[in-house]
Design a protein around this ligand. Structure first.
Ligand code: ADP
Ligand code: ADP
Ligand code: ZN
Length: 213
């Protein structure tokens, strides 16, 4: 079963994707994580996209489609969770073509609905474990022990370079201009299932589980 988690920055896509990986053995494909890994390892592509990402603009379709294609052919599990991809109609078409080539299809597109005020608060409080990638929040999901990851015990907590007010404004505008048309696109295909992303993390998990069955 292959699914897309669709929603604005800070909607909770990464948080829910990690849960689905844990309980279902699905494979999370986050283009944001892949691009950040390229950025921090200093590859040529990483250097090229760093300034674009920090400013909150979308990187080119060609780059992210290439990343996804590589993972689709090299990883396997109980289905893929596309987290933060596709973000444009061109990416959505490319994904359909790639899945068709592999003899696979898309099961559901989960649209995580969260209003802008909540997004600002979520992005402002977000931090992640630099070792295992667990996602935390200063208020809604703090670590049990200050500065120490609940999952792996690491004390390498990180905040993202693009989680600031200026970049977030640009990211939201990019979302409304280029990504939100995907809501209509998947609705028309009959694939779209909205969930209330404003509920707490466990409630959102339950809504997604109810949809996936
Ligand atoms: P968020 O958690 O805020 O939704 P992501 O981690 O998914 O953000 O993405 C961070 C940044 O990486 C984006 O602002 C954009 O610059 C780039 N990026 C990630 N995925 C894509 C994509 N599918 N298409 C274009 N750019 C992307
Ligand atoms: P996305 O991948 O869509 O950008 P994240 O999963 O990184 O979003 O979540 C953004 C921030 O909001 C993180 O700090 C996370 O801990 C927090 N968060 C995620 N889901 C919820 C929720 N349902 N209620 C409150 N906070 C949440
Ligand atoms: Zn950790």
């Amino acid at each position: 079963m292959n699914i897309i988690l669709l929603g604005p920055p800070g909607a909770g896509k990464g948080t829910q994707a990690r849960h689905l990986v844990d309980i279902r053995g699905m494979v999370q494909l986050s283009t944001g994580d892949m691009l950040r890994a390229a950025k921090s390892s200093g590859t040529e592509m990483g250097q090229k996209v760093a300034a674009i990402m920090d400013a909150g603009k979308l990187v080119t379709d060609e780059i992210v489609i290439g990343l996804i294609e590589e993972k689709l052919t090299s990883e396997s599990g109980a289905g893929f969770i596309f987290d933060g991809f596709p973000r444009t109609l061109a990416q959505a078409d490319a994904l359909a073509a790639l899945l068709a080539k592999l003899g696979q299809s898309l099961h559901t597109v989960i649209e995580m609905r969260v209003d802008d005020d909540a997004l600002v608060k979520r992005i402002a409080g977000r931090f992640t474990c630099g070792d295992c990638g667990e996602v935390y929040h200063d208020e809604t999901k703090p670590t049990a022990a200050e500065g120490k990851c609940d999952v792996c015990g690491s004390n390498k907590m990180q905040r993202r370079a693009d989680d600031n007010a200026d970049s977030l404004r640009t990211r939201l505008m990019e979302y409304y201009k280029k990504t939100s048309p995907l809501i209509g696109y998947y609705y028309a295909k009959g694939d779209l299932r909205p969930v209330n992303g404003l509920a707490d993390i466990i409630e959102v998990q339950k809504s997604i589980e109810a949809i996936l069955g």
